[in-house]
Design a protein around this ligand. Structure first.
Ligand code: GDP
Length: 459
């Protein structure tokens, strides 16, 4: 396990650029002492002794020259983000003042923090577990409201609490299993009875329920992509724009004007979705179009869903049927939007379109049907099991892998329930270990280092 460090770290915690305030943050045993060396209080208070938490004054350099007028927030251990002494120097928010203050702090005994090192310390000092630490990073990076709420719930401990409860149940079962190994001939009451099996079954179901939130959690965090396909002039760009509700893409009555991949992000049921307008799969006439076509194919292959736009005024041309076959070959879920229903209704689709989702009648021109199209697409992404972001979701691949292993281990325990207690013990220990990898108790150091290295500096 990585050791809790003894040194004092510092970093700029606000983003680069100009703003009203810039914050230089210090954490560690010397945080207050370092600040006291460079700070002159306007009311002559001694930062190192005074129990007040906010001080007004100036940061001065070695020659006594004034660097900036600041507010100093002193948060004494353990009542701070890292559980160490923390000082936040609020100076003016520009590259100059922030760099000058940081420089002074570094000259007086602090060292520059690594990415995520403040949060790593909060984790090592037991203020938060690994799920919460990762949720802090997700919270900062959230791109939709649902993503924000999911991260906030996990950061406040909703997921951790659930995992700890599961681990406690498994540890209790393990204690009984071990007792029956140790005292097989004693007249102990039957330890491995039906009620224990039932409790394990309940725990397994609870673990599976949390595992079932993984896909929604991943989507809220990472987002998804939808590629719009269709032959020229069916209204792909119009639909792209209608879904965006602005005019980002080029719209033209001339076929073949959308030559590049154009993408924008929209929100579908809380999921940030990259919407990719493609050049359409058609015979490439020249080099530029050929490039456009291959980019389109790539976008479709990488997409979570292909939105296949069909013109309701002529829904079954040879080009449509050929394209349908081509899309089927890509092996991605395909949703059909039957566009231009403001001028053509009740179009019948050929058998080549069978097996695709939809069709949803829409009009990019009037906006009709867009809502039900969005609902359908969101449903396809998130699946039937509706999970509320605030219930606490797991969202990362390593969490999913570990929880999956834990569920399998409990399933093995249940399958062998009548067998020898030694075997049950092995599986239960595996399950507890796997849950501990999610909360951080048994996470290998290299994985921990990898997780924290993706954080921003100053967090
Ligand atoms: P793309 O080549 O598939 O991207 O098609 P565009 O979006 O450029 O649209 C081709 C033509 O169809 C343009 O003249 C659009 O105004 C028209 N169009 C697109 N959507 C609709 C619709 O829902 N109803 C009607 N009536 N016209 C549409």
């Amino acid at each position: 396990m990585i050791q809790s460090p003894e040194d004092t770290i510092a970093a700029v915690s606000t983003p680069p650029g100009e703003g009203g305030i810039g914050i230089v943050r210090l954490s560690g045993p010397d945080a207050v002492a370092v600040a006291a060396r460079i700070f002159v209080s306007s009311t002559r208070r001694d930062v190192a002794r005074d129990s007040r938490r906010v001080f007004h004054g100036h940061i001065r350099d070695a020659q006594g020259g004034m660097i900036d007028e600041v507010l100093l927030h002193v948060m004494r251990a353990p009542h701070s983000y890292t559980r160490e002494d923390v000082v936040e120097i609020n100076c003016h928010g520009g590259a100059g003042p922030v760099a000058a203050v940081l420089n002074e702090v570094l000259r007086h005994g602090a060292r520059l923090a690594q990415p995520g090192e403040f949060t790593l310390r909060a984790f090592l000092n037991g203020r938060i577990d690994l799920v919460q630490a990762e949720a802090v990073a997700d919270h900062i990076r959230a791109r939709t409201n649902a993503g924000l709420r999911a991260a906030a719930a996990a950061a406040s401990g909703a997921v951790s609490k659930e995992l700890h409860a599961m681990a406690a149940e498994l540890a209790d079962a393990l204690a009984r299993v071990e007792a029956s190994v140790d005292f097989p001939d004693d007249d102990l009451p039957e330890l491995l009875d039906e009620s224990l099996r039932q409790r394990l079954e309940n725990t397994r179901a609870r673990m599976q329920a949390l595992l079932d939130t993984a896909e929604a959690g991943r989507l809220y965090r990472e987002g998804a992509s939808i590629a719009i396909a269709g032959r020229p002039n069916v209204g792909k760009s119009s639909l792209f724009n209608a879904l965006l509700r602005d005019a980002r893409a080029i719209v033209s009555a001339q076929p073949g004007t959308t030559r590049d991949r154009i993408e924008e992000t929209i929100t579908l049921s809380g999921v940030p979705v990259r919407l990719v307008d493609t050049a359409g799969l058609r015979q490439a006439n020249d080099e530029v179009e050929r490039i456009g076509v291959s980019i389109a194919r790539e976008a479709m292959q990488a997409a979570d869903i292909i939105l296949f736009v069909v013109d309701a005024t002529s829904p079954a041309t040879n080009a449509d049927v050929a394209l349908a076959e081509e899309l089927r070959g890509l092996d991605r879920p395909v949703w059909i939007a039957l566009n231009k229903t403001d001028i053509a209704r009740g179009a019948a689709l050929p058998p080549a379109f069978q097996g695709f989702h939809g069709p949803t009648p829409v009009s990019a021109l009037t906006g009709e049907g867009l809502e039900s199209l969005e609902k359908g697409l969101a449903g396809l992404l998130l699946g039937d099991a509706h999970v509320a972001p605030e219930q606490g979701l797991i969202s990362r691949a390593h969490q999913r892998d570990s929880l999956h292993r834990a569920v399998e281990a409990v399933e093995r325990t249940l399958a062998r329930f009548g067998d020898s207690p030694e075997l049950l013990g092995i599986d239960l220990r595996d399950a507890i270990q796997a849950i501990g990898e999610i909360t951080g108790e048994t996470t290998p150091d290299d994985l921990l280092a990898r997780i924290f290295s993706t954080f921003c500096i100053g967090k």
